[in-house]
Design a binder for this molecule. Structure first.
Ligand SMILES: C[S@@+](CC[C@H](N)C(=O)[O-])C[C@H]1O[C@@H](n2cnc3c(N)ncnc32)[C@H](O)[C@@H]1O
Length: 237
């Protein structure tokens, strides 16, 4: 097991498989189990509590939202305090199934799916700011060069940004090699290891944020295997 201090970004198998390929379907199901094992929802909730202290968001955007299952769980736990939120689920593949959308609706939030590559989204004119943009297991897909573009686009379009990514650490690498114990299939087993090599540590994402003066940035390890980056626009505090 080789742990490299430098980030290594390589295409993940899930990104090249067709949406309806059985191996991709299996891997997305695995991801839901991985979220529970990594305590993703509680990590995201704590970061959101910190990021939205003092205001209640009305618009929420998840980039690289996958099947929308994390947003569904978030809506179920948050809807009592954040009422009537407009939710946009952006992913280059349209993976969100009707029961997921119905579940979000049932929580009192209004979901909308945008099947678009993030770079096409960034080319769209900025008409308004989204209160909170979140990303889970998404930012690590990109090289630093592309991350600078994505982060600048988010910066122009949001009040709070949170991402929860793999932590590039020896413990995460060990965990990624053991992910088969959760019953994960071959695609997830391979992608988990690649994800850790492409993950983050230290203040790597803060260093790519173009305008730190107008924002409060927090970047920290979370749980056993995650790395969070939270940016809060100063005018919102
Ligand atoms: C590892 S999955 C994570 C999905 C979801 N956020 C989760 O935590 O279960 C990464 C997601 O990013 C999407 N993705 C990858 N590159 C993208 C791009 N350039 N634009 C938009 N979505 C992209 C993939 O389709 C995939 O659904």
């Amino acid at each position: 097991m080789d742990f490299n201090l430098l980030r290594q970004v390589e295409p993940e198998l899930l990104d090249v498989l067709a949406a309806d390929d059985p191996r991709a379907l299996r891997s997305r199901k695995d991801l839901r189990r991985v979220h529970r094992a990594m305590a993703t929802l509680s990590i995201v909730q704590s970061a959101l509590d910190r990021g939205t202290a003092g205001f209640i968001p009305h618009t929420l955007l998840e980039i690289g939202a996958g099947d929308g299952s994390l947003m569904l769980r978030l809506s179920r736990t948050r809807a009592d305090c954040w009422r009537g939120v407009d939710v946009t689920l952006l992913d280059r593949m349209n993976l969100v199934e009707t029961p997921t959308l119905e579940g979000i609706h049932k929580s009192g939030w209004t979901p909308r799916v945008v099947a678009l590559d993030i770079f096409n989204w960034l080319e769209r004119p900025i008409d308004s700011r989204t209160d909170v943009v979140i990303a889970n297991l998404f930012m690590h897909h990109f090289s630093s060069y592309k991350l600078v573009q994505i982060l600048a686009g988010i910066e122009a379009r949001s009040r709070v940004f949170l991402c929860c990514e793999p932590r590039r650490s020896a413990l995460s690498l060990l965990g990624s090699h053991c992910i088969g114990l959760l019953g994960a299939g071959s695609v997830t087993r391979q992608d988990a290891v690649s994800s850790v090599h492409a993950g983050f540590r230290g203040q790597e994402l803060s260093a790519l944020w173009s305008n730190p003066h107008n924002w409060i940035l927090h970047e920290y390890p979370a749980g056993l295997f995650s790395h969070c980056f939270l940016a809060i626009r100063k005018e919102h505090i």
